[in-house]
Design a protein around this ligand. Sequence first.
Ligand code: SAM
Length: 327
Amino acid sequence: MASAEGFDSVEKLITLDRTDLQNGLKDENCQTEEEQLSMDFLSLLEIDSDNDSLNSLPQESGKWCSRNVLRKQRHWEKITAAKKCKRKQEKERRKAKNAQDLQKGATEQKHSKKFLKALTKEHLLEAKDSGPRLCIDLSMTQHMTKKEISRLAAQIRRLYGSNKKAEKPFWLYLTSFVVNGLLYDECVRMNDGFVNYLVDTTENSFLDVFPLETVVYLTPDSDNALEDVDPEKVYVIGGLVDESVQKKLTYHKAKDHELQTARLPIQEYMVKNINMKNFHSEILAINQVFDVLSTYYRTRSWVEALQAGVSPGKGYVLRNKTTLEEI
Ligand SMILES: C[S@@+](CC[C@H](N)C(=O)[O-])C[C@H]1O[C@@H](n2cnc3c(N)ncnc32)[C@H](O)[C@@H]1O
């Protein structure tokens, strides 16, 4: 049996409950301790308070409703509000986690980019120390139109891009490269970050930079097929785009200075493809020549190297396997 003091508290709580109900639920999401206590006591009271007529209260609509129904309605409203609150909190937690994950991913990516950049630089500087070395002889811009000079600038970009990605890069030299000349300006204009390229540039001729006995001038008109890439040598490519072919230009230049010359071994590993246009050319763009050299240096396979650098448009295909095995 409840004491008089106990009944006082119950009365107080019922009053509190009534006031709440009359005011309506002000804040569905938050439940004070007092309200919770009120709910608990009401639940207790329900055990012996089946007499609804004693517990009826007026609704907003003016109708009277049993306390029991109201209690259940209120209870249900609180559950719904609590669920809604939980869902909202969960959504916010997920949002915060996603933002955190995104931030983490971006930082990791930034770090890995930084790491790759450092690795590339390290590889390139190793090549500077111990080779192999490739020089682009840029002394022939007077033989080119403005359009050809722009194309040469684009080929230099591709070549540099290939070299940066290479597992075993070359160290690159740009010789007879006149600062603020037409080609220089095109390189700066067309090639992002050109001034920061990891290459050696000089206005001097390669003839004055390297001991001549270390130089191998690559020219499609040479009588010698290149057999190997030697890190002790400097391979020179003619910085030329000649849409109207200037036959034997680099060949004569090399011969004039009694330099060793070599051509890519296209004839040895490839045959002319019978194509519709009947077009065949062993003359490659400088970036294609570089792709052949770079792939060869990595794989030591001319088959792979020529496949990487000689595009089908040149009208050549690899010899069949049996002929190749004889080489
Ligand atoms: C477009 S070619 C210029 C051809 C030009 N007629 C010449 O006299 O060299 C650009 C440069 O790539 C190199 N090159 C192109 N094809 C080659 C090949 N099959 N073998 C060796 N070097 C080649 C040469 O160094 C050449 O100077």
